[in-house]
Write a protein that binds this ligand. Sequence first.
Ligand SMILES: Nc1ncnc2c1ncn2[C@@H]1O[C@H](COP(=O)(O)OP(=O)(O)OP(=O)(O)O)[C@@H](O)[C@H]1O
Ligand SMILES: [Mg+2]
Length: 306
Amino acid sequence: MSIIEKAANKLRKSANASTKQSSANEIVPSKESKAPLSHGDMPAKITTIDQTLSPPATETNQVNQIFIDLDKLNKLGIVTPDQGKTQVAEQFRVIKRPLLTKAFADPKTIKNGNLIMVASSLAGEGKSFCSVNLAMSIASELDHRVLLIDADVARPSIPRILGFEPKKGLLDILLNKELDISDVMLQTGVDKLTLVSAGEERHAHATELLAGHRMGLLLDELSQRYHDRVVIFDSPPLLQTSEARVLAARMGQIVLVVEAEQTSQQAVKEALKQIESCTSINLIYNKARAFSGRENYGYGYGYNYS
Ligand SMILES: Nc1ncnc2c1ncn2[C@@H]1O[C@H](COP(=O)(O)OP(=O)(O)OP(=O)(O)O)[C@@H](O)[C@H]1O
Ligand SMILES: [Mg+2]
């Protein structure tokens, strides 16, 4: 064989090897990747916090899919991606803008800015309603992915609002070291929206788990491994639980929902005191009754920075 033929053979072999490599990359399972999920060619940033918290993905990982009835959500006043301009959609467009700016700001100016907790002083003020709306609104953005986590483990309401049976979720990860966050992520059919439910079953020590060390590790992991997506936490009420306060201390941003004409000034002040360690607190004045100019009244929102 001539030198030229040998060289040609060598080139052919290495070309074959690299073709095999790229097709192997293409058939990597499409479930939640361990690498950042968008933002161009950024190298994968794999957490080194606690190996037991994020074991390598196994072939048994499966994509968990739930069905969300978007028409039904529309009727409940919840924003959906293809809905166009409605009053609620417009209000959440305004609400999300400063949150997004901080979510992707320089980490030197804001730590864990992509972790956003939706809180309130008391129960029933609209945390879950606002969490889902915020998540849907951000998921409608062209370049932002959202992870909505039901962190109200004692009284989860995301499954009720979105209409699915409780699934393995946050509590299961906190209890089972073998489970990775990506194992319990639920694909929703809304392209950029992924969910983590509170958990399949209630747990006697749910609140302790949420305030515990492993939850702290999980939050660090979320802010690093999923640093290119917004993570929204629907949470328990601040003045009625202790874990909400602990959770708040670990968040980059907090949205405090205040129910118009219901929540007392004292309760809001008390709640603000509990979350004062967070450098970015935002208020939503929810269920405000604004005279529409006709006979009926509608809901509205106010929004400002503390
Ligand atoms: N802006 C709004 N417009 C219309 N309905 C709303 C609005 N905000 C909240 N609601 C309704 O008020 C009720 C309580 O809201 P939601 O469940 O979101 O409160 P919550 O703070 O999450 O309560 P909990 O503390 O019990 O989890 C729900 O029926 C919800 O649909
Ligand atoms: Mg709720």
